[in-house]
Design a protein around this ligand. Structure first.
Ligand code: IMP
Length: 190
């Protein structure tokens, strides 16, 4: 696998374990929404691979849309300011909506998204997050479906990036940056 400069990657969750867990989460969602339609809203860009795998395992009448937000400023920590970069293509009023996130970290992004999506009056609004880092939470938010709870490490792969790199990795890996690099979150572009 191509690794930039002297960054080190340590596998945290292997591809096979991700596949198994995504199938299990999809089964739960299928059961919970049995007989109903489900509209998946993926949060770009990090959730695109999770959403692509999840939607193919959900045995329901589904549709998909995407939304993009930015949560990080030029500094190394979240600014607390979340901004919309790309809105949904269509209305979600009256629909069963499943918001699909890559990772729940401080919770700032999810809390913003839940607030604006609730205003659009979906019939139901639930959240599926591939990863959850509860120790980093600044806002009290929870996902209804969580793939894996992980420790406070910066992870890449399976859609998650560092400065747009490493999204293509099939495993989820802890990224240990070479000493010349700063902390990770500032360069994350979702
Ligand atoms: P929040 O802090 O919960 O608002 O998360 C904002 C976004 O930061 C997530 O959706 C990810 O795109 C990104 N992020 C947070 N932690 C990580 C990480 O460990 N690796 C890659 N991206 C991350």
């Amino acid at each position: 696998m191509p690794v930039a400069r002297r960054d080190r990657l340590e596998v945290l969750i292997q591809r096979a374990a991700i596949e198994k867990r995504v199938r299990a989460v999809a089964r739960r969602i299928t059961t919970d929404f049995k007989g109903q339609q489900l509209h998946l809203v993926g949060v770009l860009k990090g959730a695109c691979i999770f959403l692509a795998d999840l939607v193919r395992e959900i045995k329901l009448d589904t549709s998909i849309d995407f939304i993009a937000v930015s949560a990080y400023g030029p500094g190394h920590e979240p600014t607390g300011q979340v901004r919309m970069q790309k809105d949904l293509d269509s209305s979600i009023a009256g629909m069963n909506v499943l918001l699909v996130e890559d990772i729940l970290d401080t919770g700032l992004t999810l809390s913003y998204l839940l607030r604006i999506l609730r205003q659009r009056q979906p019939k139901c609004l639930r959240v599926a997050a591939l990863l959850d880092k509860p120790s980093r939470r600044l806002k009290e938010v929870k996902a209804d479906y969580v793939g894996f709870t992980i420790p406070n490490e910066f992870v890449v792969g399976y859609g998650l990036d560092y400065a747009e790199r490493y999204r293509h990795l099939k495993d989820i890996c802890i990224l240990r940056l070479s000493p010349s690099e700063g902390p990770a979150a500032s360069a994350t572009s979702r």
